[in-house]
Design a protein around this ligand. Structure first.
Ligand code: GRF
Length: 219
């Protein structure tokens, strides 16, 4: 029997692309159910584009500034995604709000990573806000994208402790290390067909420990 074809994934980025790299590294494993077939950026000078090119991955840069409306930009993006026969999208630091039109095209087939334990700290500056609010546990979330920003069924989460003396930078680095673990894990679950969306919940049929990570307190 033939193995299931690997899902063709587009990583959408706007910046350094460290999450994109973690997905690329995972996809190098022969039994991983997805390949990173395209890296698309809305910033022509995103450092992640050069990294992807060096790794031999197809890239596209499409400045939203060249398109009069948000939807024009997205239609151009959609044409590129079609051309590359993309099955799944992973938003990986893509700093552009998407219209309901685009999100609906990709319903159940588009993931995002957010640097907080959703539904806490939607939006920007999550590490600063977590420190301001004095939470003791912070983290990251991979979720399906819905029209509302930083909402949608959660596939995987990682929790990290907040420790005395943390700054947004030290806390952010602790969270980022876990992002690099849970994004490949979540994509694996989705690409292999292991996930089912039930309302706001993602049913994985896996052990909780496979998609919920708690990082140890740093020493
Ligand atoms: C990450 O913190 C991610 O959670 C957020 O944007 C940042 C992107 O970082 N959505 P990178 O470009 O993947 O390094």
């Amino acid at each position: 029997m033939n193995a299931m074809p690997r899902k063709r994934v587009a990583a959408l980025i706007s910046g350094r692309g460290s999450n994109m790299l973690s997905l690329m590294a995972a996809a190098r494993q022969p039994d991983y159910p997805a390949e990173i077939a395209l890296v698309l950026s809305n910033k022509v000078d995103a450092p992640g584009l050069a990294t992807a090119r060096e790794a031999g991955i197809a890239t596209a840069a499409l400045s939203h500034k060249d398109h009069p409306t948000r939807e024009d930009f997205e239609r151009a993006m959609q044409a590129i995604l079609d051309e590359h026969k993309i099955d799944l999208i992973c938003l990986a630091g893509f700093m552009r709000l998407l219209t309901p039109w685009f999100v609906e095209q990709w319903q159940g087939r588009m993931l995002n990573i957010h640097p907080a334990l959703l539904p806490s700290f939607r939006g920007l500056h999550t590490h600063e806000r977590a420190l301001e609010d004095g939470v003791k546990i912070h983290g990251a979330t991979v979720h399906f994208v819905v029209p509302e920003m930083d909402a949608g069924p959660i596939v995987a989460q990682a929790a990290v402790p907040v420790v005395d003396g943390d700054t947004p930078a030290t806390l952010g680095a602790r969270v980022l290390a876990q992002e690099h673990v849970i994004y490949p894990l979540a994509l694996k679950l989705v690409a292999s067909g292991a996930t089912r969306i039930d309302g706001n919940r993602v049913i994985t049929g896996e052990q909780a420990s496979d998609h919920v990570l708690v990082a140890p307190t740093p020493v």
